[in-house]
Design a binder for this molecule. Structure first.
Ligand code: ARG
Length: 438
């Protein structure tokens, strides 16, 4: 880790301190080798005074127990029918896991306790079929959970609900975590799974707004792997009901939890209720961030060196891409004196935030800004990234004669021999308002 990474990490801390995070652990993750590391990460979160609630699943252990005993279960994940035998096995599985979680927390000097905060009723008869001991969450005893949280205790919640009359029901842990997060008005709900997070067309899905998630869910419900369907469904519901960010991460990866929480790019998939990233005009306070961003590209001769003064003098031409208040990308749009032609320059995205589509968003934004100002053609000079611009931006190779005289002179004087890429700004479709907050 570089010391400069620490700035980014520390920037998140004030916003998370004293906030409540609900962490949902799949049963399989508790059985995974990486669980010991996860516990260490939980201790880090507690040391920052983040209030933690742990909800765990039991499906994995339930299946194991059922196999060992040779007793088939009617349903493993608390969504189908729970018959009496299955409930018995579920109780044994859940209690063992709770114990393991408590033991693991104790080994990390964390105070925790098992709770009976989920008040549940029978799920009932669906389509003529009685779900028997499968329950639905009726209420979450938030007063109890808050008392524990006030005292710095981590409440541990099993996928079991109590009806207050001597009955216990099997409930689905994804649903419990969602209900608890909503009831406690948690800042975050984090599903820690034993699978790689969401992908789309083979690409990792890093963040997605709740409305995009709903659309994605409708379109791809059939192709999303079963275990992720429930995560996505509950994430959407939690987001719609007041939890601003829900994360789904692969708990088998060391440091996944901390990376997700303390970096702008995260590691899993984040479903968010409120916009948190945007392109905006650069301000004087961004100048250093811009210089830091482009440093590497300048060294590699992709971007022309700019002094502080160069940037300050043309500050009105610069835009920055910001995530959680941190500048992670920039672009400049220099409109040429004739007003018809403009240059896109200085396009850069921090290494950590590559492959999130930020470069393309900045390019589109600059093009829209140009269109807005009546620019007809746009060009850029590139020594290394010309393929990128040709593929993502539809730029075509142009000739030096297409540059205005003053720019041509500077081009020649620079000796850089960059490729000249150019395109007409067809259409007047304005993405501007759409991309203003992405
Ligand atoms: N660290 C920030 C948070 O916890 C942002 C995480 C972004 N994660 C992602 N998968 N894109 O809210």
């Amino acid at each position: 880790m570089k010391v400069s990474d620490l700035r980014g990490i520390l920037a998140y801390i004030p916003g998370f301190r004293e906030k409540t995070f609900v962490i949902a652990l799949d049963g399989a993750i508790i059985a995974d080798d990486n669980f010991a590391n996860l516990l260490i990460d939980l201790a880090v979160l507690r040391s920052l005074n983040i209030r933690l609630v742990l909800v765990h699943g039991a499906a994995h252990q339930l299946r194991e127990l059922s196999q060992q005993a040779g007793v088939p279960v009617s349903n493993a994940d608390g969504t189908g029918i729970t018959d009496e035998e299955t409930l018995k096995i579920a109780l044994t599985a859940a209690n063992r896991i709770t114990h393991e979680v408590l033991e693991g927390l104790a080994s990390n000097d964390l105070r925790a306790c098992y709770t009976n905060a989920i008040i549940a009723h029978p799920f009932g008869i669906v389509g003529g079929v009685d779900r028997l001991y499968t329950g639905r969450v009726e209420r979450v005893d938030t007063e109890f959970l808050n008392q524990l949280l006030e005292k710095g205790v981590i409440p541990v919640i099993a996928p079991l609900g109590f009806d207050g009359e001597g009955h216990t029901f099997r409930v689905n842990s994804d649903g419990v975590a969602m209900e608890v997060a909503e009831a406690l008005k948690a800042t975050k709900l984090i599903y820690v799974t034993e699978h790689a997070a969401f992908t789309h067309d083979g690409e990792h899905l890093s963040q997605i707004s709740v409305s995009e998630a709903e659309e994605f869910f409708k379109k791809h419900k059939g192709d999303i792997p079963g275990h992720l369907v429930s995560k996505l469904e509950h994430s959407i519901r939690a987001c719609r009901n007041g939890v601003s960010r829900v994360h789904v991460i692969d708990g088998r990866v060391d440091e996944a939890l901390l990376t997700e929480i303390f970096s702008t790019e995260g590691i899993g998939t984040m479903i968010y209720a409120n916009e948190y990233q945007a392109v905006r005009r650069a301000l004087k306070k961004d100048v250093q961030a811009i210089r830091n961003l482009i440093r590497e590209s300048v060294e590699q001769e992709e971007i022309v060196k700019r002094t502080r003064l160069d940037i300050v003098q043309h500050l009105a031409d610069y835009y920055v891409f910001q995530i959680d208040g941190k500048v992670v990308g920039c672009v400049a749009l220099h409109v040429q004196p004739d007003g018809e032609l403009a240059e896109i320059a200085c396009l850069s995205v921090s290494n950590a935030n590559e492959n999130m589509g930020i470069g393309q968003k900045l390019m589109l934004f600059a093009e829209d800004a140009a269109r807005h100002r009546g620019v007809k053609r746009i060009f850029l000079l590139s020594t290394r990234a010309f393929n990128y611009f040709q593929q993502k931006g539809n730029y075509k190779e142009g000739s030096i004669n297409e540059l205005p005289p003053a720019r041509r002179e500077r081009y020649e004087a620079s000796g850089r021999n960059s490729k000249i890429l150019i395109k007409a700004l067809g259409g007047h479709e304005l993405h501007l308002t759409k991309t203003a907050s992405l």
